[in-house]
Design a protein around this ligand. Structure first.
Ligand SMILES: O=C1O[C@H](COP(=O)(O)O)[C@@H](O)[C@H](O)[C@H]1O
Length: 245
């Protein structure tokens, strides 16, 4: 776990860390797979990266971008995580369009059918999966965390937290607007090589402490289920770390 003084410094430090990590991955492999998150500090981190000249150290054309969750809204809606990511950073990067894997929107081929849209995203994940898997082994999977301890769009006590089948699911009746969403499942999140949870602010202190205590089930505090196969990194600011022992 790493604790930074405040949200802006956390965003800058996480952005710099991500550049270094992607440079390292691309030195070893032809391509990198990065999963983005929405949320205040998740988008703040992307904005910080947008302001860093250091971002040019990464060959972005070799980076696949995925999303951990999406608000199921029309393309370009300002509340969509991908719209916010484009505005904060992606418009500045020389990305390869075929490697930017946004989650479907309500004006896409499946219309308002969130189940079909989630299945479509599961198909896209499978297309880039290694043999025997149904999703890439993501190099870094970024997760924000809500004040209720949710990660991606896996909310406390919601059916999605018990889903063990598909790699991507539709989420309805989300306690946080909008009600309809698409999310990766725990199973796929936990197949990522590295999972980074980034959280800032006093309202994140309790769920962070509970998740890190290891005493609470992931169906109750979903952030408990945030872990990767090689590393799990919690990136917090002082307020977010205030209840840790
Ligand atoms: O709705 C969402 O919320 C969480 C956390 O957001 P925050 O504003 O409390 O930081 C985010 O991780 C998730 O991707 C997003 O869809």
């Amino acid at each position: 776990m790493l604790v930074h003084p405040d949200g802006p410094v956390l965003a800058q430090a996480a952005a710099a860390r991500l550049v270094t990590k992607l440079v390292d991955v691309l030195a070893e492999r032809d391509e990198a797979h990065l999963v983005l998150t929405g949320g205040t500090i998740g988008i703040g981190m992307l904005a910080a990266l947008g302001g860093l000249p250091l971002r040019e150290a990464v060959d972005w054309s070799r980076v696949h971008l995925w999303w951990g969750d999406e608000r199921f809204l029309p393309t370009g809606d300002p509340d969509r995580n991908d719209t916010q990511a484009v505005d904060a950073l992606l418009r500045l990067l020389p990305l390869e369009p075929g490697r930017v894997h946004t989650m479907p929107a309500t004006d896409g081929p499946d219309g308002e059918d969130a189940e079909a849209a989630a299945a479509r995203y599961a198909g896209e994940l499978a297309r880039f999966a290694p043999a025997g898997a149904d999703a890439p082994a993501f190099d870094v999977l970024l997760l924000g965390m809500g004040p209720d301890g949710h990660i991606a769009s896996l909310f406390p006590e919601h059916p999605g937290t018990r889903e063990t089948g598909p790699s991507a699911i539709a989420v309805h009746n989300s306690p946080k607007p909008p009600p309809n969403r698409i999310s990766l499942t725990f199973r796929v999140i936990q197949q990522a090589r590295e999972v980074w949870v980034i959280a800032s602010g006093a309202e994140k202190a309790k769920p962070a402490a509970l998740a890190l205590s290891g005493t609470v089930d992931q169906t109750v505090i979903p952030a408990t289920g945030a872990h990767g196969t090689e590393a799990t990194l919690w990136l917090l600011d002082r307020a977010g770390a205030a209840e840790l022992g």
